[in-house]
Design a protein around this ligand. Structure first.
Ligand code: 5GP
Ligand code: ZN
Length: 114
């Protein structure tokens, strides 16, 4: 996945403001924040979207959820709440084809989303 921008961030080849990292996942600040707090959480291994997940990714998916909780708590989002967004495919508005969870907070979110 030589040209994948999030693989490059995971490999340290493109800089990012990291807020959490372990062997399998990385969370970093979105370069174009849409809320006072806007992080992206990615698996380090390349997975194109939620549609590419397999049974073998089960424990990774659970881990991603656990890290969302941890990152939310550590950044004060557990008090007032936050939003998780996973844009998927063209209609979903996905622009980077590497699975990522947006974690947005610090303001009230609108519903329905645009
Ligand atoms: P999507 O539109 O695929 O759901 O979200 C992609 C997100 O990645 C966008 O919010 C965009 O601002 C962010 N993004 C794209 N390129 C970079 C980058 O090089 N660094 C960081 N930190 N975020 C990026
Ligand atoms: Zn990738």
């Amino acid at each position: 996945m030589g040209e994948c921008i999030f693989c490059k961030i995971a490999a340290g080849e493109i800089p990012a403001v990291k807020i959490y990292e372990d062997d399998s996942v990385l969370a970093f600040k979105d370069i174009d924040a849409q809320a006072p707090v806007h992080f992206l959480l990615i698996p380090k291994k390349h997975i194109g979207s939620i549609l590419k997940l397999t049974k073998e990714d089960s424990s990774l998916v659970v881990h991603l959820m656990e890290v969302i909780k941890k990152v939310a708590e550590e950044n004060g989002l557990n008090q007032d709440g936050f939003r998780i967004v996973v844009n998927t495919g063209e209609n979903g508005g996905q622009t980077v084809p590497h699975l990522h969870f947006h974690i947005l907070g610090g303001r009230e979110m609108a519903w329905p989303p645009g």
